[in-house]
Design a protein around this ligand. Structure first.
Ligand code: ATP
Ligand code: MG
Length: 378
């Protein structure tokens, strides 16, 4: 996918800015606090319709203004079809409006993933080193983009979970819970099955990318589900197998859940495990990895995400790298840059305060200067 043109209105520190991007890609150079990350945040907003930095929509509106709007012209290749994706948010009434080719979908969820973009940031290391919530968030965003029905299952699961937790807190009896258990198991098994399938399909890619970045060190990822992984989880009946296992676990934990007043099993308690050298029983990257190993794992994971998007859409995603090279030692930085060239990626948009940091990618990228909410070609 290629981002051709981006328009920002009252988005963060951009008042009214139009930027045309070359097909190969762009290098955005600018001092701290000038708007580099804000610009990438705007592009990715059109992919998932929320901030990748976890900011609330109203925080994205320029201070003192009432609404923001972001528009992008995307094409599926040099002579591919073009699509316009736009989004706006008004403080008043907290109104969010999303359009694809000028048409508003019935639900925002229908429009996600249209841009086909992926963003690497320095804070991605939190996925590896932070709490399990960061890893579930990673899985959820990615699977929402590629897995039909995932986002709906997730929304329903969260609703059921909240209701069920409310009942458990209020000392509800087994019969009252029964009505909610079916929904919990139904939506939850769908989520667990999709997560398990993704990890088993993509774990070898993670190992390969990590090896390429680190100079052949071994690392891997492993799904660590809250529901005990059922036999037959790999088969065509995997969904049923997960549902059955979930159902049994809900029954087994019924008394304890009533005592504790909270739902103790389900995908809301899943984790994704990262390990280095010696297989899954060896060292966990979260607790024992060096900062550089954790960073390399985060980059490898994003590369796997890009591969996933590419497989799902049959198109190369727009890759955005937010000040990522500064985080890696020079050799690893160069290997990462090589990956993007060797594997024939599409459009790449990189940011950095220092142009020297991506000197090795410079030939293919047009340089822009970001200064106080403006973007000008150098
Ligand atoms: N809602 C908003 N309205 C106006 N300005 C905002 C808003 N939110 C953030 N900013 C401003 O945007 C700037 C930060 O922009 P951004 O995070 O894109 O910087 P950056 O160029 O990526 O810097 P760094 O190199 O430090 O990462 C800050 O000056 C901040 O005050
Ligand atoms: Mg930044």
């Amino acid at each position: 996918m290629i981002l051709q043109r981006l328009r920002l209105r009252n988005f963060r520190n951009f008042e009214d800015e139009v930027v045309d991007f070359p097909e190969r890609g762009a290098a955005l150079i600018g001092d701290n606090g000038q708007g580099k990350t804000n610009l990438l945040e705007a592009v990715y907003y059109l992919e998932i319709f929320r901030s990748f930095r976890g900011a609330r929509d109203e925080q994205l509106i320029t201070f003192g203004c009432g609404h923001f709007r972001v528009e992008a012209q995307i094409s599926a290749g040099a002579d591919g079809e073009e699509v316009e994706v736009a989004a706006g948010y008004a403080r008043e009434g907290r109104r969010k409006k999303v359009t694809v080719e000028g048409h508003e979908p019935e639900r925002v969820a229908e429009a996600i993933g249209r841009v086909g973009a992926i963003v690497f940031t320095a804070s991605d290391v939190e996925i590896v080193a932070g709490g399990p919530g960061a890893r579930r968030r990673f899985l959820d965003i990615m699977l929402s983009l590629v897995e039909p029905g995932y986002v709906t299952a997730l929304q329903r699961y969260r609703q059921v979970l909240a209701q069920r937790n409310g009942l458990l807190r209020d000392d509800a009896g087994p019969s009252e819970l029964l009505a909610w258990n079916a929904g919990l198991v139904n939506e939850g098994s769908r989520i667990a099955e999709a997560r398990a399938r993704w990890v088993s399909a993509r774990a070898p890619s993670f190992t390969r990318y990590y090896g390429a970045i680190s100079g052949d060190q071994e690392a891997g990822i492993e799904y660590s589900p809250s529901i005990p992984a059922p036999a037959g989880a790999e088969s065509a009946l995997a969904r049923e197998a997960w549902a059955e296992a979930f159902h049994m676990e809900v029954e087994r934990l019924a008394a304890r859940e009533r005592r504790r007043g909270v739902t103790l099993v389900g995908p809301h308690r899943d984790d994704l495990r990262f390990w280095v050298s010696g297989g899954p029983d060896a060292v966990g990257l979260r607790g024992f990895g060096s900062a550089g190993q954790q960073r390399s794992a985060a980059v490898a994971l994003r590369l796997v995400e890009a591969e996933t998007l590419r497989a799902a859409h049959g198109r190369r995603p727009i890759v955005m790298l937010d000040d990522v090279f500064a985080e890696l030692d020079p050799l690893r930085a160069e290997r990462v840059a090589e990956l993007f060239t060797a594997e024939d990626w599409g459009q790449v948009i990189v940011t950095s305060p220092k142009p020297s940091e991506f000197a090795f990618m410079r030939d293919s990228l047009t340089e822009y200067r970001v200064l106080d909410g403006t973007v000008v070609p150098v």
